[in-house]
Design a protein around this ligand. Structure first.
Ligand code: SAM
Length: 362
């Protein structure tokens, strides 16, 4: 099965319905049917990754026969910058570059510099598996990257190598985290996806390792993204259990969110050893405050991580549409948005056709 079989063909410039009268705009900002503003844009810059994490891009699906996108189907840096700049004009304040593995996209520093030049006030972050970060950290910072998240599912070499399924050492990811901090990209956020029976024995060790470092580990519930990772509710360790386990060793207290709609719930160590975050998309849905849109590698706009279809912005871009048309399309898409997948998740919805995370961006 290839990605383009999974994505339902989307509405194109001929059929894209743009509501005649604009929907609600609150305090000059575009909002959806549930009054959620468009605040964040996640941009997948490549559908390729050099890891084969068993819960994300399992080897038996993403194998030599898998048809990744040809280069001319990828949005160019100019196209990405154009869409982002128009979204910025509608209130979008934060960009996260992701993938696939974003550091595999050639010239990614150049894209960052273009985005920052077009939108000097933008908060721009990137999520990476860390494999190429040590060499690139300084250039990313110099290009204008503000923050970085590094994925690291285990400190135990055997567990980590089994999870990334390409025998990549955890020690190298730790070196990359140090390099990012040295380049001025700290505090680094560290994503650990927790899967029962696979790496949950590592929760407290991970907390211990990064306590006092200034970096922030975020423990993520294993999610039913895509259609290939064999998700089962039994494999999910609820965030409440993560907090309980860490608290037993290092007492935690809840901390206020930095802003409304923050994805991770913050917990701080009572003794001042820093903080952790938990991301509980499965057990404590946060759809009601979700302000994220996602731009896929091939230029479709998705309004939910668990969506089955996106809107074909690339078609508009390459058909010569002017900025006003793109702007109207973004408004129309966002104003019609009703998504609340995590609030209505069941074992049945988990089996539905959904776009892969590597394509839409994590
Ligand atoms: N390649 C980059 C990386 O490894 O961070 C960016 C893309 S990756 C899809 C983004 C994040 O999504 C990673 O932290 C990854 O662990 C997380 N992720 C992937 N599949 C997931 C799943 N099924 N449940 C929860 N998180 C997942």
């Amino acid at each position: 099965m290839n990605q383009r079989d999974t994505v339902i063909p989307i509405i194109d410039s001929r059929t894209l319905r743009i509501p005649a009268a604009a929907g609600p705009v609150i305090a000059g900002k575009l909002v959806d049917t549930r009054r959620r503003p468009l605040r964040d844009l996640r941009i997948s810059v490549t559908d390729r990754c050099n890891f084969r994490c068993t819960y994300c891009m399992p080897k038996d699906v993403f194998d030599a026969g898998y048809a990744f996108l040809p280069h001319d189907e990828l949005l160019s840096f100019e196209e990405i910058t154009r869409v982002a700049t128009i979204a910025h004009g509608l209130g979008m304040e934060k960009i996260r570059l992701t993938g696939g593995e974003p550091l595999l996209r050639k010239g990614i520093e150049q894209l960052i510099a273009m985005l920052v030049a077009a939108m000097p006030a933008i908060d721009i972050a990137l999520t990476t598996n860390g494999s190429a970060l040590k060499a690139k950290a300084r250039a990313l910072k110099d290009a204008g990257l503000k923050r970085i998240t590094v994925s690291l599912d285990s400190l135990d070499e055997k567990t980590f190598r089994e999870m990334n399924d390409v025998d990549f050492p955890a020690a190298k990811v730790l070196e990359a985290i140090d390099a990012a901090a040295a380049a001025g990209l700290g505090p680094v956020k560290i994503n650990m996806v927790v899967k029962r029976g696979v790496n949950d024995h590592e929760i407290v060790d991970m907390a211990r390792h990064f306590r006092g470092s200034g970096h922030i580990v975020r423990f993520i519930e294993f999610m039913d993204v895509g259609a290939t990772n064999g998700w089962r509710m039994d494999d999910v360790i609820p965030s409440a259990e993560v907090v309980r386990r860490i608290s037993t060793a290092f007492p935690l207290e809840v901390a206020d969110p930095h802003y409304q709609g923050e994805v991770a719930e913050r917990w701080r160590y009572v003794d001042g050893g820093g903080e952790i975050g938990v991301i509980s998309s499965v057990t404590e849905a946060f759809c009601s405050t979700c302000t994220r849109a996602r731009l896929s590698t091939d230029g479709q706009l998705f309004t939910c991580l668990f969506a089955g279809k996106g809107y074909d912005l690339k078609h508009l871009l390459r058909a010569g549409a002017g900025d006003e048309v793109i702007r109207d399309a973004l408004c129309g898409i966002w104003q019609q948005r009703t998504d609340r997948y995590s609030e209505i998740r069941t074992a049945e919805t988990a089996k539905a056709r959904k776009v892969e995370m590597s394509f839409i961006g994590g």
